[in-house]
Design a protein around this ligand. Structure first.
Ligand SMILES: *[C@@H]1O[C@H](CO)[C@@H](O)[C@H](O)[C@H]1NC(C)=O
Ligand SMILES: *[C@@H]1O[C@H](CO)[C@@H](O)[C@H](O)[C@H]1NC(C)=O
Length: 184
């Protein structure tokens, strides 16, 4: 656990989303820190683990997850989302612990028609309880600017995500019906 925490503090993670694909670069080798877990050939690591590319087709999406779990850390991402008509394509980036009283932090980028802004859908679960959804329109620059804070409110009985290490997951998939529902 201690070593996971250190690894998370040190790890710099960058995500790039290109047309039909998700590319990730990090300071270290992605091979060392992530496993491709879904999508067969649709996901691949290239350049000696400097880049990870996710793509999707009609049959399936693809995804990867971190080998380690992290309790505290900072993750830097650079995202270039799927361009053009990305209606129904969801690119998620989330952290989740295990068990029935899990903690989870969700970021889901909901694709849209060409020229329309992406919506960033977020949620936070603590001890298995979510319902903390918030959406943001990504038509402005948010680099370095907090868009959402989940404060420790244990004093009024709200569990705080502080003692269950979480793994990083990133799937790319087509969820047309689901995305439209969220949009309502
Ligand atoms: C955008 O893509 C969706 C899903 O593939 C399709 O149903 C829709 O007709 C497309 N819209 C345009 C304007 O191309
Ligand atoms: C797509 O963009 C339009 C225009 O800004 C917005 O009203 C709609 O909610 C967006 N849909 C999604 C799924 O992001």
């Amino acid at each position: 656990m201690i070593s996971s925490i250190k690894a998370s503090m040190a790890s710099m993670l960058h995500l790039f989303l290109l047309i039909d694909s998700l590319m990730v670069a990090s300071g270290g080798s992605l091979n060392e820190n992530f496993d491709i877990t879904w999508g067969d050939h649709r996901a691949k690591m290239v350049n000696d683990g400097e880049l990870l590319i996710l793509s999707l087709d009609k049959a399936s999406g693809s995804g990867f997850q971190s080998k380690n779990e992290y309790l505290f850390g900072k993750i830097d991402m650079q995202l270039k989302l799927v361009g053009g008509n990305s209606t129904g394509i969801v690119t998620a980036y989330y952290l989740s612990s295990k068990g029935s009283t899990w903690d989870e932090i969700d970021f889901e980028f909901l694709g849209n028609l060409s020229g329309d802004p992406y919506i960033l859908h977020s949620n936070v679960f603590s001890q298995g309880k979510g319902n903390r959804e918030q959406q943001f329109y990504l038509c402005f620059s948010v680099d370095g600017t907090p868009i959402r804070e989940f404060k420790n409110s244990e004093s009024i009985g709200v569990p705080f995500s502080k003692n269950q290490p979480m793994r990083i997951y990133s799937p790319l998939w087509n969820a047309e019906d689901w995305a439209l529902e969220v949009d309502l």
